[in-house]
Write a protein that binds this ligand. Structure first.
Ligand code: HEM
Length: 400
């Protein structure tokens, strides 16, 4: 990745942004509010780094998420078929408004609060399984299976129907350039999985979100078949991928800040603000979904031409000293956090109440059951996923 901003002589490469996102984004943010950079595929990108600009842009209706508003030849994202692509994160109003309204009832804080007991049960079962071992990889044993089980229960994916979802998402989020067929195979497997699942639910509906959406499609015709499949796809993958990483990043942050860990153990009332602080400090989604200006747009004093690709850096905004006092400090008691880790505006994370509930329960249960939790490897041997979009650990070996 190369920046053309004159005051930025040595721009971070994608490898820098993956290895040290906070340091790299800080250098970009200090150098200027908006950077014109060349992405890994050689196409131009406008990267926005400051809190005030990112916040404003997230809620700006002149920034479209619909790829049809990309200038021809200007955007070469992963080409997904309509059965996966016709989802909320590629849509503007009025389609976005219609579909979001159909699903939002299933994700209100009140509905999600009803999941407290089942989520607690899943967390306890996972820790029961590893407790006798004294050590484990917390990502594989806990941070990943917990959100996968929760979102599958919510959607109505029976245990025998669950697949190796993580290998599919890996193939999409961090595709191996040497094996483009792996991404294609994952896409084929996903479409097959969701069409099969929807066909089964049509004949045997259950008390779950997917059955309810199928009824809306078949009885009221308020959703096309592609929109139905894409929505199931989005809810499943958005529903666990980010949550796995928030839980993993939060545990690592705690283990590296013993004073904060002690404060949280001493005062369970800190848990709510702590989850917000983990999302701000090292959130799992460093970048918002790419956006395309519908007209030439001034962002942070820079004119961004219509149809070019805009990336809003949530990670850079969340550590902007122009908005947060002492932004590089993990402070679980931070007040009026106002982070942007879950987005803002009409695309604000649909699953935010669920993500908060799962992260709270996952952390509280882990700390309660494992009072001697420590890292089981030197911190410099930990590796993050090789992705600009997903900030999460590949493994987190712990001892307890
Ligand atoms: C820690 C966990 C999570 C994080 C950090 C996160 C982050 C985000 C962000 C930043 C956006 C907005 C993207 C943009 O405007 O560019 C978003 C949207 C979305 N999230 Fe989440 N998310 C999380 C968990 C979940 C969960 C558990 C679900 C489960 C249903 C979910 C479903 C969605 C959906 C469907 C959207 C699209 C909403 C729309 O376009 O109207 N997310 N999420």
């Amino acid at each position: 990745m190369r920046t053309t901003t004159p005051e930025q002589p040595s721009a971070p490469t994608p490898a820098d942004l993956i290895a040290d996102p906070h340091g790299s984004y800080a250098r970009l943010r200090e150098a200027g509010p908006v950077h014109s950079i060349t992405g890994p595929d050689g196409l131009p990108i406008w990267l926005v780094t400051r809190y005030a600009d990112v916040r404003q842009a997230l809620a700006d209706p002149r920034l479209s998420l619909d790829k049809r508003h990309a200038k021809p030849g200007n955007y070469r994202g992963l080409a997904l078929p309509p059965a996966l692509d016709a989802n909320l994160l590629n849509m503007d109003p009025p389609d976005h408004t219609r579909i979001r309204r159909l699903v939002s009832q299933a994700f209100t804080p009140r509905r999600i609060e009803q999941l407290r007991e089942p989520v607690q049960r899943i967390a306890d079962e996972l820790l029961d399984a590893v407790a006798p071992l004294g050590a484990t990889d917390l990502i594989t044993a806990y941070a990943a299976p917990l959100p996968i089980a929760v979102i599958c229960d919510l959607l109505g994916v029976a245990p025998q129907d669950r697949r190796d979802f993580r290998s599919w998402t890996d193939a999409l989020i961090a595709p191996d350039p040497a094996r483009p067929e792996a991404a294609r195979a994952a896409v084929g497997a996903m479409i097959g999985f969701f069409t099969g699942l929807i066909a089964r639910k049509r004949t045997e509906p259950g008390d779950d979100v997917l059955s309810a959406l199928i009824a809306v499609r078949d009885q009221e015709d308020r959703l096309s078949e592609d929109e139905l499949t894409s929505l199931a796809f989005l809810i499943l993958f958005a529903g666990y991928e980010n949550t796995v990483h928030l839980i993993g990043n939060a545990v690592l942050a705690l283990l590296q800040h013993p004073d904060q860990l002690a404060a949280l153990r001493a005062d369970p009332a800190l848990l709510g603000p702590a989850v917000e602080e983990f999302a701000r400090y090292d959130g799992p989604a460093p970048l918002a979904i790419r956006r395309f200006p519908l007209e030439d747009l001034v962002i942070g004093g820079v004119t961004v031409p219509a149809g070019e690709t805009v990336l809003l850096s949530l990670a850079a905004a969340n550590r902007d000293p122009g908005h947060f006092a002492d932004p590089d400090r993990l402070d679980l008691a931070r007040r009026e956090n106002g982070h942007l880790a879950l987005g803002l505006g009409i695309h604000y994370c649909l699953g935010a109440p669920l993500a908060r509930l799962e992260t709270e329960i996952a952390l509280a249960t882990l700390l309660r059951r494992f009072p001697t939790l420590t890292l089981d490897t030197p911190p410099d041997t930990l590796h993050h996923r090789p992705s600009l979009r997903a900030r999460g650990l590949l493994a987190l070996p712990v001892r307890f």
